[in-house]
Design a protein around this ligand. Structure first.
Ligand SMILES: [Zn+2]
Length: 244
């Protein structure tokens, strides 16, 4: 039998009360064979407590909706953690929201922070699992020049250690974007593999970076006795954000 998981309360609605939150979840349990409830990361304790109890009452597991490469505590992370664009600038967050401002998976300080956040979540003692969200690079769809990443010094070092010339990759993509026709064909490569080796180096590097950080986080979560769930990007768009 397939597992049915539901994501609940990404944000607490203005009028949310424990009674309303319990009632809605109870209705969902009556309609569906839910086995996992994935709960939002930044809720008032009394709502969290209500959902924890109701989930246990139905013998379902409670997972934390856990942001991997963005802030999950309502505050902005250091700007130098943000991925670096082709132009050498930090990739801005969507509408400036901390939870939609991405950080580079290849930075050592980011990896330490990820380990800390997993430990903090595990120590809450209320979760049976973590559901990793934002486990990707920012989407370049809106503006590749501003949002395609990462060209930070950490990524550069890892890429050059494996024999890639990151500056050549950066220049190649930059030059593709200076001309409308070439930009159009570059856009295609965000969806479909090409025979351009430099470009493929870039996409493979991103896949490897995301795979590595997920494996790292999953291993830590499991070492704390927590199960792991993954929030995958829409299948046709995964190449664009570094998910393989
Ligand atoms: Zn980077």
């Amino acid at each position: 039998m397939p597992t049915l998981a539901v994501q609940y309360l990404e944000y607490a609605p203005q009028d949310a009360t424990p009674a309303k939150v319990r009632q809605r979840l109870r209705q969902a349990f009556e309609l569906l064979p839910i086995s996992i409830v994935i709960l939002g990361w930044d809720l008032p304790p009394r709502l969290e407590e209500t959902v924890t109890k109701e989930t246990a009452r139905h013998n379902a597991s409670l997972y934390r909706w856990h942001l991997l490469l963005a802030s999950d505590a309502g505050f902005a992370l250091p700007v130098e953690w943000q991925p670096i664009s082709l132009r050498g600038e930090p990739v801005p967050g969507f509408k400036g929201l901390p939870e939609f401002t991405f950080i580079c998976p290849n930075r050592a300080d980011v990896q330490e922070w990820i380990a800390e956040r997993i430990e903090v979540a595990a120590q809450r003692g209320i979760y049976q699992g973590l559901f990793f969200d934002r486990m990707r690079f920012p989407s370049p769809a809106e503006d590749p020049e501003r949002n395609l990443a990462c060209f930070c010094k950490y990524c550069q070092r890892i890429a050059s250690d494996s024999g890639s010339d990151w500056e050549a990759v950066r220049r190649q993509i930059e030059s593709l974007l200076t001309d409308a026709d070439r930009a159009k064909s570059f856009t295609q490569t965000l969806f479909t593999p090409t025979d351009d080796t430099l470009l493929e180096t870039f996409f493979t590097f991103r896949f490897d970076s995301i795979n590595r950080i997920i494996q790292y986080a999953a291993k830590l979560a499991r070492s704390h006795g927590l199960s792991v769930g993954l929030d995958c990007f829409s299948p046709t768009l995964t190449r664009m954000v570094g998910q393989d």
